[in-house]
Design a protein around this ligand. Structure first.
Ligand SMILES: CC1(C)[C@@H]2CC[C@@]1(C)[C@@H](OP(=O)([O-])OP(=O)([O-])[O-])C2
Ligand SMILES: [Mg+2]
Ligand SMILES: [Mg+2]
Ligand SMILES: [Mg+2]
Ligand SMILES: [Mg+2]
Ligand SMILES: [Mg+2]
Length: 546
């Protein structure tokens, strides 16, 4: 029986080939630049110390975060935010504080894990309990209220009302052209599309550095440090990318598996967002290799493999015995061995560094992932459209977040305790992992499903909801956005909880969701190039800020 013609993703070749990547070089690895940066860091620390009032301190902290510089000042920022929280200065009588400072304090303290009550906004309501219309006269204050509203947790009606109230005012102002300040209207447009709380820090820093350099009141030391630090970090990223690119070329997978996405740079960008701290260079290299293998094997199940082949591959991964590899078609033998080599490399890495054998944990994660892939392939080939709940029960695994976060956990947790690792045995119950996976899945479906369905793929969240409820595509997309929004409330709750995982891990889990919203903001930024993504990659990796 002639097997049906194989589908293809029609993926274009990579925009950034091996030679282009290997030709990357930057002057910002030179000693004189890092010395200059250290001097500027001292100057900015003095700026922080010199700030007398709490409002000025918060403004500076907010700026440092946007400029991607906050990691140099963690101690100072901790100390300032903790004392503002303890002294509750933002709670004062409404007349001597305003919407702007209250909202800024609410957002920065909550982001820091300090749970300011939503009651701080009660002072801005009228006797009926609605926010006073006059607040709309201060657009900067309303923008801060909007940004603060994304830090809500379940059941906080005041924060829901704050989001609706502020969104309406900001949208109306933009529609009427009522914002004459060009910089402010750019800020409004950007935040209405993606609020600060949903923005991954490093990839967005360049935009905020450009915006800050356009301000007449920009502090020269702060601006110089922002540009210099960005370029120094970029130089380090270039070296990491060159190293991964040599590995990718040696595997020859792009050539052997031409049907799959050859997206080394895009896969690396994911990890610039996911692993923020510059010292996580080795971790970014390993997680990028993981992303590259996930991308290829995802395409094996979603695009190229026949139903029988995908089941065969899944069985081989479940059993992980080399005898069964004999039965795999050649292209799958390449995938299996590349994956097996990588898992062994990773396990060896951890064994020699931490003295713990994690090979079973890594394989278990991958067998769960491939089982989910196989389930989706079965649904596609049977022409079956699951209910949305049924779809999510499989696709929150197939989006690979649980595997990505296991790699991140192992690579940044030092020392790696056995009992903490054992918590991964029932990762289905770990809220932060589930939330991160849901945001990644829902953002991915909103960004990639139109292209996936054109070439043939399992019905995605939007299509499942349409099929189940008869909703229109627009209504179904709105429903998916609402699910994403509900998930962020749970994710916010997790950052207050006393999780057994480190702050860096909790941040990475949330950043995985944020990075997805960044990659898919203008369509499928991962698989199908678009101008915005191209410009973002040039600005992030190739071109220093002058
Ligand atoms: C890194 C990833 C999140 C993972 C592999 C590439 C991705 C960008 C995404 O690709 P996609 O094909 O959209 O995943 P899915 O929809 O087939 O699950 C799934
Ligand atoms: Mg290719
Ligand atoms: Mg896919
Ligand atoms: Mg898939
Ligand atoms: Mg919990
Ligand atoms: Mg997708």
């Amino acid at each position: 029986l002639e097997s049906p013609p194989r589908r293809t993703g029609n993926y274009k070749p990579t925009l950034w080939d091996f030679d282009r990547i290997q030709s990357l070089n930057s002057v910002y690895t030179e000693e004189k630049y890092t010395t200059r940066a250290s001097e500027l860091i001292v100057q900015v620390k003095k700026l922080l110390e010199a700030e007398s009032d709490w409002f000025g301190q918060l403004e500076l902290i907010d700026q440092l975060q946007k400029l991607g510089l906050s990691y140099h000042f963690n101690e100072e920022i901790n100390q300032i935010l903790n004392s503002i929280y303890l002294e509750q200065k933002y709670y004062g009588k409404t007349e001597d504080r305003d919407l702007y400072s209250t909202s800024l304090a609410f957002r920065l303290l909550r982001q820091h894990g300090l749970k300011v009550s939503q009651d701080v906004f009660d002072g801005f309501k009228n006797e009926k309990g609605d926010f006073e219309a006059r607040l709309g006269d201060n657009i900067e204050g309303v923008l801060q209220m909007y940004e603060a509203s994304f830090l809500l947790v379940e059941g906080e009606m005041t924060m829901e009302a704050a989001r609706v109230f502020s969104t309406e005012i900001l949208q109306k102002k933009l529609d009427e052209g009522g914002v004459d300040d060009e910089q402010l209207s750019a800020l409004l447009r950007r935040s209405l599309e993606l609020p600060l709380h949903w923005c991954v820090q490093r990839p967005n820093a360049r935009w905020f550095i450009q915006a800050y350099s356009a301000r007449s009141d920009a502090n020269p030391a702060l601006l110089d440090l922002a540009k210099l630090d960005f370029n120094i970090v970029q130089a380090a990223h270039q070296n990491e990318l060159k190293q991964i690119s040599r590995w990718w070329k040696e595997t020859r997978m792009a050539e052997k598996l031409p049907f799959a996405r050859d997206r080394l740079v895009e896969n690396y960008i994911w990890n610039i967002g996911l692993l923020f701290e510059p010292q996580y260079g080795h971790a970014r290299i390993m997680t990028t290799k993981l992303f590259v293998l996930i991308t290829v094997i995802d395409d094996v199940f979603d695009v190229y493999g026949t139903l029988e082949e995908t089941q065969l591959f899944n069985d081989t991964i479940l059993r992980w015995d080399v005898e069964s590899i004999e039965k795999l078609p050649d292209y799958m033998q390449i995938c299996y061995l590349a994956l097996d080599n990588f898992i062994n490399e990773m396990a060896y890495d951890v064994l020699k560094e931490q003295g713990i054998l994690i090979i079973q944990d890594l394989r278990k994660s991958w067998s769960d992932l491939c089982s989910a892939y196989a389930k989706e392939a079965e649904w596609y080939h049977m022409g079956y459209t699951p209910t949305l709940d049924e779809y999510m029960s499989v696709s929150w695994i197939s989006i690979s977040a649980h595997t990505i976060l296991l790699w991140v956990f192992v690579l940044i947790t030092n020392p790696l305790e056995k009992e903490l690792l054992q918590k991964w045995d029932n990762y289905h119950q770990i809220d932060i992992i589930r939330c991160s996976a849901f945001v990644l899945r829902l953002a991915d479906d909103l960004g990639t499903s139109p292209f996936e369905l054109k070439r043939g793929d399992v019905p995605k969240a939007v299509e499942c909801h349409m099929n189940e409820t008869g909703a229109s595509r627009e209504e179904a997309k709105q429903h998916v956005w609402t699910m994403l929004w509900e998930t962020w409330k749970k994710m916010n709750e997790e950052s207050f909880g006393n999780s057994p995982f480190s702050k860096d891990f909790m941040r990475s889990a949330a950043d995985l969701g944020r990075q997805a919203q960044y990659m898919y903001q203008h369509g499928d930024g991962h698989g199908i190039r678009n101008r915005e993504m191209e410009e973002r990659i040039l600005g992030l990796i190739f071109d220093p800020i002058v």
